[in-house]
Design a protein around this ligand. Structure first.
Ligand code: KG4
Ligand code: ZN
Length: 361
């Protein structure tokens, strides 16, 4: 079975093709045939964040080209123009929310058009569910069984951390999701982006903060760990960002040296990660989960990956993290989530698949 994934929820126009072998006693095997991502990050960088109308305009410009690239790369032969060729895809999976409304609409409209044109079933996927399923994926062109074995996996605790979300999601099985905690204000990725801006490090902030933090002292500045001891599993990152703002102001230095920036970045990163680890581990124990799955753009963070790995292992809980190439927004994870939705047999007519910018589980 070959699945085309389509993702346009934010500032990446992405399409991928994955192939899943028939169900056999030894389990399915998956191969990622293509993973095309056209990023608009440079365009939005000058605004310090994603501008929805610009994002939609770029998706419209790029989507046909990305489609062609994803199919050409997957099938190597032929020239895959829209509306031509023997259609080799069995299922189309598209992100229908949450995300930026105008951006989501571009992908969804494109997906509906090709579904109608080629008479292939279409599945609308929750972007966050997509991030969760990035954990099942092997690296590109490597055929393998799912990274996450389904047996003895549940209940699962998902920590989903991105530019728009900070969520703890409990999964009893593939179709039962329950949000047990989320951010009350800024998402953790957003905090990385804002702190990077305060330090004059550009956008997106996550990669550059974590890079510069490697040279810094994480204990130099005692920053707050908001809500770390609160009884619930919610998060709050706007206070931490403001604490960094006041710290920089109180230093009363006109131009921060690279060394100072590294210490601030390391102290901020440590505070942000500490809260994630403490809350995740406490929830894992309370809900007696068998595995912890990390996902979302911030799951690329090395400190978060190693700390969560260490804490899970110490507690005897299985731990999974996505391969680095699937941490940010991509369509391979959408195709993967589409497959699990398809197994659940969610047959919805084409007209019933609607965009929902605030889609929840
Ligand atoms: O999942 P994603 O690509 O898009 C959204 O759905 O938001 O996540 C993007 C976020 C950005 O805020 C970016 O700064 C953050 O992920 N990020 C990181 C790292 N790499 C990307 N945050 C911390 N450390 C990183 N290495
Ligand atoms: Zn995302």
């Amino acid at each position: 079975m070959k699945i085309l994934g389509i993702e346009t929820s934010c500032d990446e126009t992405a399409m991928s093709v994955i192939e899943i072998s028939p169900r056999q006693a030894r389990g399915e095997e998956i191969t990622v045939l293509s993973n095309v991502i056209s990023s608009q990050v440079k365009l939005h960088a000058k605004y310090g964040g994603v501008v929805p109308s610009l994002a939609a305009r770029e998706h419209v410009k790029n989507i046909k080209h990305v489609f062609k690239l994803a199919l050409n790369e997957a099938f190597k032969t032929g020239n895959w123009e829209l509306g031509t060729g023997n259609w080799p895809i069995d299922l189309i999976a598209v992100t229908r929310g949450p995300g930026l409304g105008p951006a989501l609409l571009v992908g969804l409209t494109f997906a509906k058009t090709i579904s109608w044109l080629y008479k292939k079933p279409l599945i609308g996927v929750n972007h966050l569910e997509g991030h969760i399923y990035s954990n099942w994926l092997p690296p590109i062109r490597v055929s393998s069984k799912f990274q996450v074995p389904s047996s003895k996996l549940f209940p699962v605790l998902n920590l989903i951390v991105s530019g728009g979300h900070t969520e703890l999601v409990l999964m009893k099985n593939h179709s039962q999701h329950k949000i047990i905690g989320e951010t009350l204000d800024d998402a953790v990725g957003e905090a990385f982006d804002k702190v990077a801006r305060l330090l004059g490090l550009g956008y997106p902030g996550g990669p550059v903060i974590s890079k510069i933090a490697e040279k810094g002292n994480p204990d130099k500045y005692p920053l707050p760990r908001p809500m770390i001891n609160s009884k619930n599993y919610n998060f709050s990152y706007s206070g931490l960002k403001t604490a960094v703002l006041y710290l920089i102001r109180d230093l009363k230095i006109k131009t921060l040296s690279l060394e100072l920036k590294a210490d601030i970045a390391a102290s901020f990163q440590k505070a942000a990660v500490d809260v994630l680890i403490q809350k995740t581990m406490r929830a894992a124990k309370e809900f007696n989960v068998k595995s912890i799955l990390l996902s979302g753009g911030v799951s690329a963070n090395k400190l978060l990956r190693s700390e969560l790995q260490k804490n899970s292992t110490e507690t005897g809980i299985k731990y999974f993290q996505p391969p680095m190439e699937y941490t940010g927004d991509n369509a391979t994870m959408i195709a993967m989530a589409g497959y699990f939705n398809y197994l659940r047999n969610k047959k919805i007519p084409l007209s019933g698949i609607r965009m929902d910018a605030n889609l929840n589980f």
